[in-house]
Design a protein around this ligand. Structure first.
Ligand code: HC0
Ligand code: SF4
Length: 563
């Protein structure tokens, strides 16, 4: 058995990548800024330094463990070293903590407190740099950056986007877009993964709560909200619930306390998406010799990725709008008459786990009658903030139910929030055998689980359908390359930009892999508990097609992006 001696105690290890992982195993929480186990190791912040038995100092994140290695985590030299790093970081950092979006969640703030830094002896000689507010989803404030590089690595290594990188050298070093362009003018896909890993307030998610509060307070406005599938299994985490616990009833009750007029579930929109997208799939399957699959279209980060990096593939992306946009159009149409009668204006708000949805909602393709179908998108975190602002005791509220007339949704709609869920929902729709046994069998074709790439085959009798499921844009790109080279062939490919799918969206409370998995499991559990498992069995869907959507499916449910 291999072991290390950490502060005089023997700690065994097996395949841990670095000393830091072994130290964590020993129950010591070393301070770090830039260490995420999914990313490559950079060793920039040097807060995780340890001392070896000869007094040498090494960064524990970038040093592999060795058998019988002896290290110390708490020595006078390390004490001095860490305090000094923190002081230098604080000196070069904007200190407007009280008005910072990250107040209370900032790593620098936390460590300054933990280390009891009494004051900063150095002057901040950095020039004040402009804040980039050009993006619909992300705010970038270079004055709060500590150059840990986590954002750069997630954008490059996990997402294969490369919208941001290090620029300049030495004391002039910054994180920048190419040529210092505004983020909105780059290939950024708005996935928010950079903000999710940023330890400070240097990259944050755009906050739209102020505008929503104004709409709620305006008696002439009817505020109608839709809630995305993945929100229900994560939002409770901010109020002491376990990841994966479905707190939808409490969420609805809390939103009513805010003063929201009507509340619906985006899963209804997901049911509509399945109806449209599976029809497209059936058509695709009839095309002989087609090289490319039908790609899903519900993830706006993915859409932006194709538009900027693989524009020639846009024509293979489903024209079905995302559930949010389908439902957004339905909501606006539904209230049109009532708004006129009551002299009101409907403001449609979507609560999403996602930052790219803010961008999607703002796209001109989704503006009808000179208003967007979804006026505002709030992330789970923003909604948590609103509840805390007015002191809602989420945990103490009795669960409440959705409003009429869109109060029914299927389990197929709910599982959209986990990677593979869209595929499973579509498969439930296209298989001919509608028995409970067939439904159970679908569970095991390989759509479930948190793997970044999943490949499954579905026997449809007359032919076998090959399906690829990817989450994380890096994985999507790898799959595209294989399709282009002819190494792989698929009929259907589901892509979600965030690794793990929507449950792991950047707008959710911060999560590592365990929490993400539990949230996905929570959605499958919710599906189990729901009476209706298939989108086509949702009576609301049928009503909509017979009435509001009649002869208007194309206008209200489909989108054609330029290019
Ligand atoms: Fe998702 Fe969706 S499943 S993208 O992750 O398709 O954000 O939860 O709302 O629109 O339904 C996000 C989640 C949605 C949409 C749905 C899809
Ligand atoms: Fe890169 Fe996503 Fe951040 Fe844009 S939002 S800079 S694509 S990580």
């Amino acid at each position: 058995e291999k072991y290390m001696i950490i502060d005089g105690e023997r700690v065994s290890f097996t395949d841990e990548k670095n000393i830091l992982a072994v130290i964590r195993k020993a129950g010591i929480i070393l301070p770090t800024f830039c260490y995420y186990s999914d990313l490559s190791i950079y060793g920039a912040c040097r807060m995780c330094v340890v001392e070896d038995k000869w007094g040498g100092i090494v960064a524990s994140c970038s040093t592999p463990p060795k058998h019988e290695m002896e290290i110390y985590t708490n020595t006078p030299q390390l004490y001095y070293h860490r305090k000094r790093i923190l002081e230098l970081l604080l000196a070069a950092h904007c200190r407007d903590c009280t008005t910072c979006e990250k107040n209370g969640k900032c790593k620098l703030q936390e460590l300054a407190k933990r280390f009891g830094i009494p004051g900063v002896r150095f002057e901040n000689t950095n020039p004040i740099r402009p804040i980039d507010r050009s993006s619909k989803a992300i705010v970038k404030d270079p004055n709060k950056c500590i150059l840990c590089g986590d954002c750069v690595r997630v954008c490059n290594e996990i997402q294969h986007v490369g919208a941001i990188d290090f620029a300049n050298r030495g004391s002039k070093m910054i994180i920048s877009t190419a040529f210092g362009r505004d983020l909105a003018d780059t290939n950024c896909v708005n996935c928010g993964q950079c903000a999710a890993v940023c330890p400070t307030g240097a990259i944050t998610i755009k906050n739209d709560t102020h505008d929503v509060w104004e709409a709620i307070h305006d008696p002439k406005k009817r505020v109608v909200m839709q809630i995305a599938p993945a929100v229900r299994v994560a939002i409770g985490e901010a109020f002491g619930y376990e990841p994966g616990e479905n707190t939808i009833g409490k969420l609805i009750a809390s939103l009513r306390k805010l003063g929201v007029d009507a509340i619906f579930d985006t899963s209804v929109g997901a049911d509509l998406t399945i109806m449209e997208e599976s029809a497209e799939l059936v058509e695709t399957l009839s095309e002989e010799g087609r090289k490319y699959p039908l790609f899903t279209s519900c993830c706006p980060g993915w859409i932006r990725f194709v538009e900027t990096k693989y524009p020639h593939l846009m024509k293979y992306v489903s024209t079905s709008k995302s559930p949010m946009e389908m439902f957004g159009a339905v909501i606006k149409e539904y209230y049109k008459k009532l708004d006129k009668e009551e002299g009101k204006e409907t403001v449609s708000v979507a609560i999403m786990p996602c930052t790219a949805k803010k961008y999607e909602a703002s796209r001109e393709e989704f503006v009808r009658n000179s208003r967007p179908d979804v006026d505002y998108v709030l992330t789970s975190e923003e909604v948590i903030g609103m509840f805390k602002e007015i002191g809602i005791r989420f945990d103490r509220l009795e669960p409440e139910a959705y409003d009429m007339p869109f109060s029914i949704y299927s389990g197929a709609g709910v599982i959209f929030g986990a990677t593979g869920g869209v595929t499973e929902a579509a498969v439930r729709r296209v298989v001919a055998d509608k028995s409970p046994k067939a439904l159970k069998d679908i569970e095991f074709i390989g759509t479930r689980g948190m793997a970044g790439t999943k490949i499954c085959e579905l026997d449809l009798g007359e032919r076998t359908v090959r399906i690829g499921i990817v989450s994380g844009l890096g994985n999507a790109e790898e799959l595209i390359k294989k399709i282009e080279s002819g190494e792989e062939h698929f009929d259907f490919v589901e892509v979600m930009a965030c690794p793990g799918g929507c449950v792991a969206g950047a707008g959710q409370p911060f999560a590592r892999s365990t929490e993400k998995r539990l949230r996905a499991e929570g959605l499958y559990k919710n599906d189990k508990a729901l009476q209706i498992k298939r989108s086509e069995n949702n009576p609301i869907v049928k009503n909509l097609y017979d009435d509001l959507l009649k002869n208007r499916e194309h206008e209200l449910l489909h989108v054609h992006y330029p290019g």
